[in-house]
Design a protein around this ligand. Structure first.
Ligand code: EPU
Length: 363
């Protein structure tokens, strides 16, 4: 266990955050030892100050000191569990880098993850917010998720259904917020015994089911055009993964070079009425159907139309090629991003009457 540990290399925004306690977990044995660690127990039970950190590519620390225990699961390994003529089941441990895992499956000719190429982060975090891009979501390939409850040491397997996946959401996010709410109420309510606690699930491995034959998803954005422009008429999954990588590289800041967390905001989900009013004023507003009552409007478009694209304030700004991405140019503080976030939210609300919410987890 480390004390006063710098998380600068472990959050892709690149803020110099310190954690009171930090522990990397490389094996199941490390996890069991953590559960007996007195500092960990104190943080876990007394004032809910435990953070399970993965690739740090979807997190914003609002304070420069995290007064608690950061757990960094980093178990490695990829195993084929079984296969038949149609599918292959693969177990991947949480510490594997997501994009390397995608490259591995694509190199084996397996269908399912090619549109999710080059997403930053680690495998253990992929189910938490049901990562998605270019018309695909990880939920369509997750078979089950292996967890261990850091309050009891018991393992629990979540089937795909039990994960309650939806747009950038899952049961794991619900559980995190329940725990936080519970801990906050417990802090004020002296009648609740300390240690009345909710499970704290750490995802240590994910089982995927991938297809040996499948259909390529080419309909999102400009994937198809990109392939045509490059004279690829009969694309393979390798071509699709390469195309996704090329499109991402054109739009998104390079991880490790410019601080960001990819999309900072979620896309907006609005009523059909609201959408039609906006469409009257902006006939070209992009949109994706959600259900009979709601439509998704890209927040990047809203922020762009509100005039923020390429805007810079001191150490932070809005990426000039994709307005959904806030960036930290180095040397700044998390509060600068939070201030910019508020200004953008207010400006989008004043212009369109739409509230946009962060996609990033703000701690
Ligand atoms: N747009 C603009 N201006 C901008 C940005 C976007 O007009 O500055 C318009 C685009 O022209 C397009 C539409 O908005 O018509 C959608 O843009 P894009 O295809 O870039 O995707 P997005 O909806 O902004 C989502 C995901 C990304 C993912 C892309 C591609 C969310 C919150 N974000 O962005 O995910 O890579 O689709 O599938 O759903 C991430 O989660 O970190 C992330 C990068």
């Amino acid at each position: 266990m480390e004390k006063n540990f710098s998380l600068r290399e472990l959050n892709t925004f690149g803020f110099d955050i310190r954690a009171r306690y930090f522990q990397e977990l490389k094996t199941m044995d490390d996890i069991h030892k953590l559960i007996d660690n007195p500092e960990f127990i104190a943080c876990r039970d007394a004032i809910h100050r435990v953070l399970i950190l993965s690739g740090g590519s979807n997190i914003l620390f609002s304070n420069e000191f995290f007064d608690g225990f950061v757990v960094y699961p980093n178990l490695k390994g990829i195993e084929t569990l079984d296969e038949n003529d149609e599918t292959v089941k693969i177990r991947c441990y949480c510490g594997e880098v997501w994009k390397d895992f995608v490259d591995y499956t694509v190199s084996k000719g397996l269908y399912g993850l090619e549109n999710l190429a080059d997403i930053p982060g680690k495998v253990g975090a992929a189910p938490v917010q049901n990562i998605g891009a270019y018309g695909a979501e990880v939920k369509d390939t997750v078979y089950q998720v292996h967890t261990i409850d850091l309050t009891t040491g018991e393992t629990k397997v979540f089937s795909n259904e039990e994960c309650h996946f939806s747009y950038r959401d899952s049961v794991f996010k619900e559980l995190i917020s329940q725990r936080t709410t519970h801990a906050l109420s417990q802090r004020d309510d002296k009648s609740l015994p300390v240690g009345t606690r909710h499970a704290l699930y750490l995802i240590f491995a994910v089982d995927f089911v991938l297809k040996k034959r499948g259909e390529l998803k080419l309909d999102y954005g400009n994937i198809r055009n990109y392939l045509i422009n490059n004279n690829i008429t009969n694309p393979t999954i390798q071509d699709v993964a390469a195309t996704v990588k090329a499109i991402r590289a054109e739009k998104l800041p390079e991880v490790g070079v410019v601080g960001s967390v990819g999309s900072f905001f979620q896309n907006a989900i609005v009523s059909i009425d609201k959408y039609l009013k906006i469409k009257e004023l902006y006939p070209n507003v992009p949109s994706y159907p959600v259900d009979n009552n709601f439509i998704k409007i890209p927040s990047g478009w809203l922020i762009d139309r509100a005039g923020w694209k390429g805007h810079r304030e001191n150490h932070v700004g809005v990426w000039d090629k994709q307005a959904l991405v806030l960036v930290h140019y180095g040397g700044g503080k998390p509060q600068e991003i939070l201030d910019l976030m508020k200004k953008i939210q207010e400006s989008v609300y004043n212009k369109f009457g739409i509230e946009i919410n962060p996609e990033v987890n703000i701690i």
